[in-house]
Design a protein around this ligand. Structure first.
Ligand SMILES: Cc1cc2nc3c(=O)[nH]c(=O)nc-3n(C[C@H](O)[C@H](O)[C@H](O)COP(=O)(O)O)c2cc1C
Length: 178
């Protein structure tokens, strides 16, 4: 295929969990938010809400929302928490996932490091406290708003290799039948 800028960005996108500590320029953070808000949604209902976190103490608190898997938030410059209104849409999970994917890709294309941190179906303390309720205790969102995930954001301190088209798992593609 001929060169395509979007595919190049998709191949370069990696999860970045280490950040330099420098602040993200406001215009880049705004572009990430705009990418999220431009996501399609079922029936155009936009059941999502985004909570942008820049407060250091809150980032540190959120880093404890998963056993280890959210620790990069303590060193992040920002996080975007994505919530879905389950009363507004029965496919809020899909809608919120597209918002996350848009923001993650946009962050990468702007030279920002970001990582998807799973919230839904995860625990802060297994068997005792869900990640959702842990985060709700800090961010105070009502019970019909469900946690999908968080995107950590910062200036990257590492540069993992891009993927190569030839290495993509083409064996997962089936033509006409499984
Ligand atoms: C639905 C989903 C949940 C994820 N949850 C986490 C997570 O909780 N913590 C984390 O560090 N990375 C998480 N990731 C990032 C994946 O580990 C990462 O995308 C995968 O290892 C491939 O690496 P790459 O993103 O650099 O291509 C998640 C990614 C997705 C799509």
């Amino acid at each position: 295929m001929e060169k395509n800028e979007l595919l190049d960005i998709m191949l370069e996108r990696r999860s970045i969990r280490e950040y330099t500590g420098e602040p993200i320029p406001m215009e880049k953070l705004n572009a990430v938010i705009e990418a999220g808000l431009s996501a399609p949604s079922s029936r155009g209902r936009r059941p999502w809400e985004l909570i942008v976190i820049r407060d250091r103490q809150t980032l540190i608190a959120l880093s404890g929302s998963r056993m280890g898997s959210a620790r990069m938030l303590a060193g992040a410059d920002a996080a975007i928490v994505v919530l879905g209104d389950e009363d507004l849409s029965d496919v809020w999970v899909e809608d919120c996932s597209i918002v996350m994917a848009h923001m993650h890709l946009m962050a990468d294309s702007l030279g920002l490091g970001s990582c998807w941190i799973q919230g839904r179906n995860r625990d802060a303390r297994p068997g005792q406290l869900t990640t959702e309720n842990y985060i709700r205790s800090f961010l105070k969102f009502p019970s019909n708003y469900r946690l999908l995930a968080m995107l950590s954001l910062g200036i990257p301190a590492v540069q993992p290799d891009a993927r190569q088209v030839e290495d993509l798992p083409f064996d997962k593609v089936h033509i006409n039948r499984f």
